[in-house]
Design a protein around this ligand. Structure first.
Ligand SMILES: NC(=O)c1ccc[n+]([C@@H]2O[C@H](COP(=O)([O-])OP(=O)(O)OC[C@H]3O[C@@H](n4cnc5c(N)ncnc54)[C@H](O)[C@@H]3O)[C@@H](O)[C@H]2O)c1
Length: 315
């Protein structure tokens, strides 16, 4: 189905990712059916969408007069009764192989033959899970939090994904001001999440070993990699370092990187205590004295400032 014929999008799962993806499509002029099994989450997600819109309005990225129109394009449901109208599906439900397989089987029955299926899975091989279900129209479109601000969407081809499906998905994302990055085949975590996981091992090793506090580790990264990466990425950076020096680093035996067998003690203890991060009021940092919405807003305000400065806020 060509991109210009896609009018109605079905976003399934209204959690951390789904509500914000729904907002991106509604801002782009699409009719969005937003489905979640949990009525409370659905209600909460509509509140978060409104709060996100206020942040975008304050940043002059959305005009106050367009807000009611954007909101009127989002239609909440607790069942898949609307699947028959979908041109494009964004699956953003919990990361459970069983639940995702069942959902796509149901969608295959309910959606018209033209409907393109995308999954926001972070690590699951959706192509194996959905073997035989419209392989030509199945692909991974993996967004980054918060989707209403972060430009990247990984587009991952399955063994049967057609060139037409890829072209349509790419065109829609570009129209939405996003940065689609193509991956020719599936690998869990794609590019950015794999790099994050590699860093995670070292972060938790430094914390557990008492080498530096969470605050100091963050200060170090914000004052170095955080500034450099938006400009030179992680590969071009070596051209500036000098490849001979880069090879010396690789050959230097003094840094032993952490093995994947090591368990992150501090992280395990915090999770056991119910310290799950912003959503529970405490993680590595303490947010108990603050309103969670305000914490999210503060993060978004800073992200917007940076996106504007980097000239990356297209939408
Ligand atoms: N959180 C992130 O930063 C992030 C980033 C990229 C990708 N992802 C991926 O996106 C997906 C969703 O992640 P999330 O963090 O938004 O999860 P979440 O737990 O915040 O939201 C998932 C929502 O799906 C709903 N749900 C579960 N089964 C359902 C079904 N059959 N039908 C309708 N609704 C259903 C749940 O009620 C819940 O509200 C996962 O696959 C995750 O790996 C997450």
């Amino acid at each position: 189905m060509p991109a210009d014929q896609i009018k109605r999008v079905l976003v399934i799962g209204a959690g951390t990712m789904g509500h914000s993806i729904a907002l991106v499509f509604a801002r782009g002029g699409y009719e969005v059916d937003l489905v979640d099994l949990d009525e409370n989450i659905l209600k909460k997600s509509l509140g978060l969408i409104q709060s996100n819109l206020r942040t975008l309005k304050d940043a002059k990225m959305v005009h106050v007069r367009s807000i009611p129109k954007i909101l009127s394009r989002i239609h909440p449901f607790t069942s898949l009764e609307v699947a028959e109208k979908a041109d494009l599906v964004i699956e953003a439900i919990s990361e459970s192989p069983k639940a995702k397989r069942k959902l796509f089987q149901t969608l295959d029955r309910l959606c018209p033959a033209r409907t393109i299926f995308t999954s926001n899975t972070s690590y699951l091989n959706i192509f194996q899970l959905t073997k035989g279900i419209r392989p030509d129209k199945m692909l991974i479109a993996h967004w980054y939090a918060p989707p209403h601000l972060i430009p990247l969407v990984d587009l991952v081809k399955g063994p049967g994904t057609s060139a037409k499906t890829i072209k349509t998905a790419k065109e829609i994302l570009l129209k939405l001001g996003k940065t689609p990055v193509m991956m020719e085949k599936f690998i869990p975590g794609y590019i950015s999440n794999r790099l994050q996981r590699a860093m995670a091992r070292e972060i938790f090793f430094l914390l557990d070993g008492g080498y530096a506090t969470a605050e100091e580790i963050d200060r170090a990264v914000k004052s170095s990699l955080g500034i450099r990466i938006p400009i030179v990425g992680v590969v071009q950076r070596y051209d500036f370092t000098g490849l001979d020096l880069a090879l010396d680093f690789e050959n230097n035996p003094s840094i032993h990187l952490v093995s994947k067998k090591r368990r992150p003690k501090t992280l395990i203890q915090l999770v056991k205590k119910g310290c799950l991060g912003v959503k529970s009021g405490r993680g590595f940092y303490d947010y108990t004295s603050k309103d969670i919405r305000e914490v999210l807003k503060e993060r978004d305000r800073k992200l917007i400032k940076l996106l504007k400065f980097l000239d990356r806020e297209k939408f």
